[in-house]
Design a protein around this ligand. Sequence first.
Ligand code: SF4
Ligand code: SF4
Length: 289
Amino acid sequence: MLKIAITGGKGGTGKSTIATSLAVEFARNNKVILIDADVECPNDHLILSTKRKKYANIYQLIPKWNFKKCIKCGKCAQICKQNAIVFVNKKYPVFVKDICIGCKACIVVCPNKAISESKKEIGRTYIGKNYGVFLVSGELKLGELSSGEVVSHVRKHSEEIMKNEKFDIMLIDSAAGIGCPVIASLVGTDYILAVTEPTPSALHDLKRVLYLANHFAIKHGIIINKFDLETKFCSKIEKFAEKNNIPIIGKIPYRRDFIDSMIKMKPVIEVNPEYKEIFRNIINKIKIT
Ligand code: SF4
Ligand code: SF4
């Protein structure tokens, strides 16, 4: 199975638009699983009009106090890097559940084993199918911080699904940035499609995400979305790619169709069939070896 991550650094470059249309085009000749790993704001199911159903809850470990054993030493609060434990001298510690990231340091440091393991729900995995694309969609619970952990669970749930059903292509639509949730999306993939646009901030963020691709030694190529918005800056990106020996595997023009895609809840490739050729060419240019 071929595993492709769609990322790019900057938000708003069109990663989900491209991931969904790529999935639909791939699905004409392959069995495709698309993982929406942008767990803070997943929207692939909206673009694909996929009716999602819950697959599983995602939990994170949290500490639980037994105050009968607590000697009010304050060590748990001192070690917590998140400041999720408030300690006032001679009082029992107060736990702020929402900002705990489940690192277990407080459990380890407690001298009197007054803290044990409990859990809280931090997100959910949903599944659904439309346009021949099997969608696995992760969603972080409102106010929670551990988006990287949610992405890891969503990928584990995808592996479970793939034990029962074989797929030819796995596409992972990652979040913006280069942090934990993006790294959790990229690991173990065969190819990274870095989506950018002709703006200085997009090029800046593209360089950062390509640094990650090189670090993990994953083959990669660039898609310049909305390339005709600023052709001069588009040339700058092309020069950067040439200098660094990175293939430009697609250039997508900016048209009203992209707005219609969002409004009509249809992948752009279905809004205007002219895009089929562009996405077919991108597929043909993805080289793994
Ligand atoms: S598990 Fe880690 S983050 Fe949570 S309260 Fe304990 S030390 Fe703080
Ligand atoms: S480290 Fe243990 S004993 Fe000390 S205040 Fe925290 S819970 Fe109580």
